[in-house]
Design a protein around this ligand. Structure first.
Ligand SMILES: NC(=O)c1ccc[n+]([C@@H]2O[C@H](COP(=O)([O-])OP(=O)(O)OC[C@H]3O[C@@H](n4cnc5c(N)ncnc54)[C@H](OP(=O)(O)O)[C@@H]3O)[C@@H](O)[C@H]2O)c1
Length: 310
């Protein structure tokens, strides 16, 4: 009712190529063999034509019968045929062609890589020049304004404790949600140790990692810089980049930021080994505070506090 099912070929492309190649080789060898047989018969015929039938009996070159030259020329042609079937094929066969092709492709790839690197270098130069020109053309007041949204975000105990053994000291799920909501879609600037405390980069944020190591590597998409200045430069097109820690980076960034998003955890942590710098009340103005009580999901009560530089 539905007709016969079409037979499906189970030979893949490579197998097919091997079969075609083998068939071609068989044909070439057959032709060589036929050439050899014809050459033998032809040579005998030429000899007989001259010696028995007397054809061209008197035609000699340098005292040698013409058929000797004819047989030698033919033999030379046969040798050429033989070489092209066996020797040339061995050195310039399919494998050789493949190797040449791979070499060519590699060369092209190297050239493309070089072009790409040059392109990235040029692109970086253009971006740097653009940033420089933008900054240069801005009046002094707006230059300062450019940095107004640079924000520190941190969760710190009453004693400013922020971490221990390169990890957080507490787990406050609502604070993580708060961090996620504020930093989502932004550049997050951090020290190498904080970066290494994450199991993997956080989604939907551009990570900028500061390290003094020149050959530090990180997964694709993570920007590595060697100074805080370079980190700020890398985040220059973000309206609100966040400095997310840890202790060393907070200390250096504190004089540069205009806003603090503090989660004040209402407890002290004696074993801590990383700390947030003291907030100088003469320099910072508290503009917002919401408090969260301790509950079954949160071992400590805490407050979200926003400060602006005075
Ligand atoms: N509670 C929170 O909100 C919070 C937030 C973030 C982190 N933390 C905690 O803080 C702790 C980590 O803080 P941390 O102070 O130990 O380390 P960190 O600030 O995260 O990283 C320090 C590293 O940053 C690099 N670095 C610092 N200043 C530099 C500069 N001027 N130029 C170039 N590179 C520089 C160095 O990396 P190299 O050694 O590679 O040169 C240095 O070892 C962890 O316990 C973490 O859990 C807490």
């Amino acid at each position: 009712m539905f007709g016969k099912k079409k037979p499906v070929s189970t030979i893949d492309k490579d197998q097919l190529e091997l079969i075609e190649n083998a068939q071609k080789r068989i044909k070439q060898k057959k032709r060589l063999y036929i050439h050899f047989v014809i050459f033998l018969i032809g040579a005998i015929f030429l000899i007989l034509a001259n010696t028995v039938l007397g054809i061209g009996k008197n035609f000699k070159i340098a005292g040698i019968d013409w058929f000797v030259y004819a047989v030698i020329v033919w033999f030379a042609l046969f040798i050429y045929h033989f070489i092209s079937v066996f020797i040339t094929n061995k050195f310039m066969g399919k494998d050789w062609e493949k190797q040449q092709l791979e070499k060519l492709v590699n060369l092209q790839e190297q050239r493309i890589d070089k072009l790409k690197q040059n392109f990235i270098k040029e692109d970086t130069k253009i971006a740097q020049t653009k940033a420089y020109n933008e900054a240069k053309d801005l009046p002094e007041a707006s230059k300062k304004k450019k940095r107004t949204d640079l924000t520190i975000i941190v969760a710190a105990g009453e004693d400013n404790a922020i971490g221990k053994d390169n990890d957080l000291i507490w787990h406050l799920s609502d604070d993580l949600k708060h961090f996620k909501a504020l930093t989502n879609g932004h550049h997050i600037i951090m020290g190498r140790k904080t970066f290494e405390s994450f199991p993997k980069p956080l989604p939907n944020r551009t990570h900028i990692v500061i390290t003094r190591q020149k050959d530090y590597t990180a997964p694709d998409g993570v920007i590595i810089v060697n100074s805080l200045e370079d980190a700020l430069d890398a985040a220059r097109y973000d309206k609100q980049p966040f400095v997310i820690g840890g202790g060393e980076i907070y200390k250096q960034a504190m004089p540069l930021v205009e806003k603090l998003e503090i989660t004040r955890v209402h407890s002290t942590f004696e074993n801590a080994d990383a700390f947030f710098p003291e907030i100088d009340a003469s320099k910072w103005l508290e503009v917002k505070r919401t408090t969260h009580d301790a509950d079954e999901k949160h071992a400590y009560s805490f407050s979200f506090i926003t400060y602006l530089r005075k």
